[in-house]
Design a protein around this ligand. Sequence first.
Ligand code: NCD
Ligand code: ZN
Length: 335
Amino acid sequence: MEITLEAPLDMHLHLRDGDMLKLVAPLSADFAGAVIMPNLVPPITEPGGMVAYGERIREAMGETDFTRYMTLFFTKQTEQQLEQAMGTPGFFGYKLYPAGITTNSEGGVANLKEAESTLKMMEERGIPLLVHGESHGFVMDREAEFLSVYRTLAETFPRLRICMEHITTAAALELLDTYENLCATVTLQHLIITLDDVAGGALRPHLFCKPIAKRPGDRDALLQAALNGHPRLMFGSDSAPHPRCNKEACGCAAGVFTAPLALPKLAEIFAAHGAADKLQDFVSGNACRIHGLTPSAKTITLHDKPMQVPAVYRSYGQQVVPMYAGEEISWSIRN
Ligand code: NCD
Ligand code: ZN
């Protein structure tokens, strides 16, 4: 069996910088493009830094045609800064992090009330707002506690396109269905694992990410929504590589590295559930329609021939361990 995908997109990707960027960028090259997260150290807040980072990504990617949808770290930008960003080629939107909520987000927003004038201007200009939606509460409740913030944002700014990034709960899906101006991304791992896979037996650091994987009912609801072709749910891997020594450590960094196996694993899941015909919209069609994107032409064919996932990806002095390290996935990319 085969599935052919036109212009698959990863709507939430961490590519890092320096040697790590050189290692991981080519591993996303089967995608036609991706929304690139700005949480470098320091974060990308200015169009100049964004353009320079985009160039480093282009170099690291190699020959392939890959559309970079660049984001800026939201810092209550002024009107002039918004105008400047909009006039910069490659700019896609702003990523809002509550201060200190995840990797390199210390400079995020502490009080959303103070951000309202910027959000209003974004609404007027059609600039999307991408949100890491977690509170500072108990780890399992952080997303649920943030839903009231999404609700307020969706009601206060009814024309602002708000993307709930990496949703992990059935409750988030319910909210998504309540407001037309909300859309959402979901990762590969949150369609598959629960907290039990992370911490139910021996602790598995390579499955630890933020938001943390939740309950079986949440995972099942997300998977069903994806398989049923939810029109406002998009694939965003949140592939977040960390050096192996920072994952297999006392104080494990948050992030699951899935970029090189995401498309084969998605094909395996969608085919196993008889939903192969829904994969195109999940990995591209919904995003193109919602955001009006026209990515580089790229056709990828997947087939039900196994892929062996490497135990570790290694080069430029970097080592990163992927999800399913050393295991087999029953689908692969047909070259
Ligand atoms: C991401 C990272 O490492 O940059 N980590 C993660 O667990 N998802 C940041 C993020 O998206 O929260
Ligand atoms: Zn992320």
